[in-house]
Design a protein around this ligand. Structure first.
Ligand code: 13P
Length: 244
């Protein structure tokens, strides 16, 4: 199974227009059994996306984040139990660097991952280093700490967790990481997980677009893409889907 995930971040889109642009441009793309295309709108737009995409042969809905707490006095949070009320939601991003910058620690990401697995929602756990870390040559240690923070989860092995490698320095810049650098990190993540008997799918994210997606997808250990900016345009996103 391959994955193409749209992270719309804090944008509000005209969903009807986006879906029609996507559907009109997707030509012959892989069926759902081979390629999961998951769109993660903001919380308020999730119900609209579910409603409007119900007819689609390709599209599924995901969430951009979840609380690390159970329902209760946590202003502004949405719990995994609430997400699970939407039977259409099977995936949720956690540990995105933009959330980590707002305060999510490895321990918060662990809690969020655990909550999602408890609700049978597959976590898409983001990991990735800053430019500073990359330059210091400490990338592998940094990634190792992020991976270790959740890979000891008891129910991890039986869950369908997905890892997304998103180097922070490639996010939103329009220039994706060089293939050799992506390969090094992805191979390291894969090897680290394998020593723990974990066979997770690994995705790449960071300035992916229709033009560079084919080359990235040709990497043997990459099982898909997590796309920000280029996913905001239904036509561009459909072109990325065609490259699978
Ligand atoms: P961009 O594709 O805009 O670089 O964003 C990547 C990302 O953060 C997806 O989660």
């Amino acid at each position: 199974m391959k994955y193409l995930i749209a992270n719309w971040k804090m944008n509000s889109l005209d969903i009807t227009d986006w879906i029609s642009k996507f559907e009109n441009n997707c030509g012959e793309i892989c069926p759902k059994e081979a390629l999961q295309i998951i769109v993660c709108p903001n919380f308020l737009q999730i119900p609209f996306f579910i409603e409007k995409s119900a007819f689609s042969k390709y599209l599924s809905t995901g969430s951009q984040d979840v609380s690390d707490q159970d329902p209760g006095p946590f202003t502004g949070q949405v719990s995994s139990k609430h997400l699970s009320k939407f039977s259409e939601i099977h995936y949720c991003i956690v540990g995105h660097s933009e959330q980590r910058m707002l305060g999510d620690t490895n321990s918060t990401v662990f809690q969020k991952t655990q909550k999602l697995i408890n609700e049978k929602i597959s976590p898409i756990v983001c990991v990735g280093e800053s430019l500073e870390i990359k330059k210091s040559g400490d990338r592998e240690n940094f990634l190792l700490k992020q991976l270790e923070s959740f890979s000891n989860l008891e129910n991890f092995k039986s869950s369908s967790m997905i890892i997304a490698y998103e180097p922070i320095w490639a996010i939103g810049t329009g220039i994706s990481a060089e293939i050799s650098s992506i390969r090094e990190s992805i191979d390291f993540i894969k090897a680290t997980l394998e020593t723990r008997n974990i066979q997770s799918k690994i995705l790449y994210g960071g300035s992916v677009n229709a033009a560079n997606s084919k080359e990235i997808l040709a990497e043997k250990n990459i099982s898909g893409l997590l796309v920000g900016n280029a996913s905001l345009d239904g036509e561009e996103f459909a072109k990325i889907a065609q490259n699978f």
